[in-house]
Ligand binder design. Structure first.
Ligand SMILES: Nc1ncnc2c1ncn2[C@@H]1O[C@H](COP(=O)(O)OP(=O)(O)OP(=O)(O)O)[C@@H](O)[C@H]1O
Ligand SMILES: [Mg+2]
Length: 366
C-alpha cells in the first residue's frame, strides 16, 4: 500500500477546503476539528472498488492506471475539480495506492517559494505521485517553475548570485502530478494545458450517498437501516464529507436518546435539530437564499452584496454555498448577478414578487 511521505499540515486529513468551509466548521473548536479530520481519514476509501460513485471518472482512471502498470510508464498528470468534500484528496490516495507508489502531499499556499518546490520535487522517486491541493493558489513564479517539471521532468535553478550566477538544470525522476481545485476558473491556461486530463467531480446521487452512509456506518460499527441511511444521504448536500459528519452527529443522538441504532425517524429528528433541512441546506445556505429572496427581492444581486449582507467571505460563498444552490435549482447566475428561482422562493416559503425586480428579469426562472 502507498505510504504518505511528505505531509503538509495545511492539507493533512480532511483537506484545506474543510478548514475553509463555513457554518459547517466555524462553530466547532480546534480539537473537535482534528477529531473530525481523523474520523474522515479513517473512513477514506483506499481502492477503486471502495470508491463509491463518480463512475465515469473511476472507469477512466482504472484504464489509465492499468495501462501505466502494464506498459511500465508513468501515469499522466491529472487535475480534479469540484466543491469541497467530494473526494479529490481521496482520489489521490486511491490512485497512489492502486499504482503501488508513494504519495507526496502539498498545497498551493504551502509552496510559497522556489526552494519549497525544489525540496518537494527532489524527494520524489521514479513513478511517485505528487498531490498539490488548492493548486489554483500557486503563485505565478512557482507555476512557471513547475511547467518544465511537468513537461520534461526538469527543474531549472541558479547557483550563485548576480553576474556570476550560473543556470543549472536538474533532471527529475518521472512522476505524476495530481492537482485538486475547488475553483477551476482560477487556474491559468498554461497550467491547465499541462495536465493530460481534467475532470469536474459531481455532487453524488442519492443512491451513492446512501451507499456511502452505509459503508461508513459499517466501518464504525453503527447499526443503520435502509431508511436511516437514505435520510442522512438525502440531507448531506450530495457530499461524502458531510454525510460522514452527519452520520457521526446522528449516531450521538441515537446513542443518547435511542437504542444506538439509526432508523429514518431518529435520523430525521436529529437532522432537524441540527438545522439541516430536508434537502440538505444548512443555516448558511438558507441565510444566503433568504438574503437573495427577501433582502434583494429575488435579485439580480451581485455576489459582493450578498457576501456583505452575510458578513461572509465571497470565496466561501462561491466555492461552497453557490454550487449546491445552483445544483438544486434554487438560484441561477445571470450576467447581472444572482437570482432566486421559483423553487428557491418556494423552499423558503416566501412569496415571489409579482413583478421582476429592478435590473430586469434576465435569467429569472419564475
Ligand atoms: N467516493 C467516495 N466514497 C466514499 N467516501 C468518500 C468518497 N469521496 C469522499 N469520501 C469521504 O469523504 C471525505 C472527504 O473527501 P476528500 O477529503 O477526498 O474531499 P476533497 O474533495 O479533497 O475536499 P476538499 O476540497 O475540501 O479538500 C473522505 O475522508 C472520505 O471519507
Ligand atoms: Mg481535499
Amino acid at each position: 500500500m502507498a505510504r504518505k511521505k511528505h505531509i503538509d499540515p495545511a492539507v493533512a486529513g480532511a483537506g484545506a477546503g474543510a478548514a475553509a468551509a463555513p457554518a459547517h466548521d466555524s462553530e466547532v473548536s480546534a480539537s473537535e476539528r482534528s477529531s473530525e479530520r481523523a474520523w474522515q481519514a479513517a473512513l477514506r476509501p483506499r481502492t477503486f472498488d471502495e470508491y463509491v460513485g463518480q463512475r465515469d471518472l473511476i472507469e477512466n482512471l482504472r484504464v489509465s492506471v492499468r495501462a501505466a502498470k502494464q506498459g511500465g510508464w508513468t501515469l499522466d498528470h491529472f487535475l480534479f475539480a469540484g466543491p469541497p468534500g467530494l473526494g479529490k484528496t481521496t482520489l489521490a490516495h486511491v490512485i497512489a495506492n492502486e499504482l503501488g507508489v508513494d504519495l507526496h502531499v502539498s498545497s498551493g499556499p504551502a509552496i510559497d517559494h522556489k526552494g519549497m518546490l525544489a525540496s518537494l520535487l527532489t524527494t520524489l522517486n521514479e513513478g511517485d505521485v505528487l498531490f498539490i491541493d488548492e493548486i489554483h493558489r500557486l503563485s505565478p513564479i512557482i507555476e512557471e517553475n513547475l511547467y518544465p517539471a511537468m513537461e520534461d521532468f526538469k527543474f531549472d535553478f541558479f547557483i550563485g548570485d548576480g553576474p556570476h550566477a550560473k543556470a543549472m538544470t536538474m533532471q527529475l525522476p518521472r512522476f505524476t502530478l495530481l492537482g485538486a481545485t475547488t475553483r477551476m476558473g482560477l487556474l491559468s491556461a498554461p497550467l491547465l494545458d499541462r495536465f493530460g486530463f481534467h475532470w469536474q467531480l459531481r455532487y453524488y446521487e442519492l443512491a451513492d450517498m446512501t451507499s456511502i452512509v452505509r459503508r461508513s456506518a459499517r466501518l464504525i460499527g453503527v447499526t443503520i437501516d435502509a431508511g436511516g441511511a437514505e435520510e442522512i444521504g438525502r440531507r448531506a448536500r450530495g457530499t461524502p464529507r458531510i454525510a460522514n459528519r452527519l452520520l457521526r452527529r446522528v449516531r450521538d443522538f441515537a446513542e443518547v436518546e435511542g437504542t444506538g441504532a439509526i432508523d429514518a425517524a431518529i435520523a430525521s429528528s436529529s437532522l432537524d435539530r441540527l438545522a439541516v433541512d430536508h434537502v440538505g441546506l444548512d443555516a448558511l445556505d438558507r441565510a444566503y437564499l433568504s438574503v437573495v429572496c427577501e433582502r434583494f427581492d429575488g435579485g439580480p444581486v451581485g455576489i459582493e452584496a450578498v457576501a456583505a449582507s452575510l458578513s461572509e467571505e465571497r470565496g466561501t460563498l462561491e466555492e461552497v454555498v453557490e454550487p449546491f444552490l445552483l445544483q438544486v435549482g434554487f438560484i441561477a447566475r445571470t450576467p447581472r448577478g444572482r437570482v432566486a428561482t421559483a423553487a428557491g422562493f418556494q423552499h423558503l416559503g416566501v412569496a415571489a414578487p409579482a413583478k421582476a425586480p429592478s435590473g430586469g428579469s434576465q435569467g429569472r426562472l419564475f
